[in-house]
Design a protein. Structure first.
Length: 200
């Protein structure tokens, strides 16, 4: 209920573990309280977790997209460049289909995105030496430079938004989320649910 004390040990405005057991009643609490009028038998604990994860993800996604605008790339294009850096190495190259598989994108959509990156000279495209019916792409020197600068901006955004969290709470939250993500992925895959991967 509004005004009740809620535990606050993961995050506070001063970047330190909260000294008080009091915390602000947030908009998710208001939503769940209102929802109880319509579905009084529903267990609110799952929505309390899911709603906050979704809202956090949306804030982080929006911040990333905004910061990447200055470099002229979309989040999907940024992820594709990151995949090439991570899995293509500096001298190696990847087929567009491999990029699509890594990011769980359709191959048609990936081809369109690769075309745009080639047009902007961020990646180089050439015949696959092992199969001339295929093409491969790799980061160009311009792509390397842009990715380094874009990644710095992206990391700066994460630090700005998440930075006030104490280190001990950070480690605890990472472990909790790791277990949640593993369980969600396993059950979602069993149900045939796929989603686009994101970097990073």
């Amino acid at each position: 209920m509004r005004g009740e004390a809620l535990s606050d040990t993961l995050y506070d405005r001063n970047g330190e573990t909260a000294q008080s057991e009091e915390t602000i009643y947030d908009e998710v609490d208001e939503l769940l309280e209102e929802r109880e009028r319509f579905w009084p038998d529903a267990d609110p604990c799952w929505s309390a977790i899911g709603a906050r994860i979704i809202r956090i993800a949306r804030y982080l996604d929006e911040d990333r997209a905004t910061r990447l605008e200055q470099f002229g790339v979309t989040p999907v294009e940024f992820d594709m460049l990151m995949v090439l850096r991570h899995f293509g190495d500096d001298e190696a190259a990847m087929r567009p289909s491999q990029i699509a598989d890594k990011l769980l994108l359709s191959r048609t959509r990936t081809t369109v995105r690769v075309d745009g990156l080639v047009d902007r000279h961020l990646v180089d495209r050439f015949e696959d030496p092992s199969n001339r019916r295929q093409v491969v792409v790799q980061l160009s020197p311009l792509g390397h430079d842009l990715l380094d600068r874009a990644f710095g901006a992206y990391q700066g955004g994460l630090q700005e938004l998440l930075g006030p969290m104490p280190k001990a709470s950070h480690d605890e939250l990472v472990n909790l989320l790791r277990g949640v993500l593993e369980g969600v992925q396993e059950r979602a895959h069993l149900n045939g649910v796929r989603c686009e991967a994101t970097a990073y």
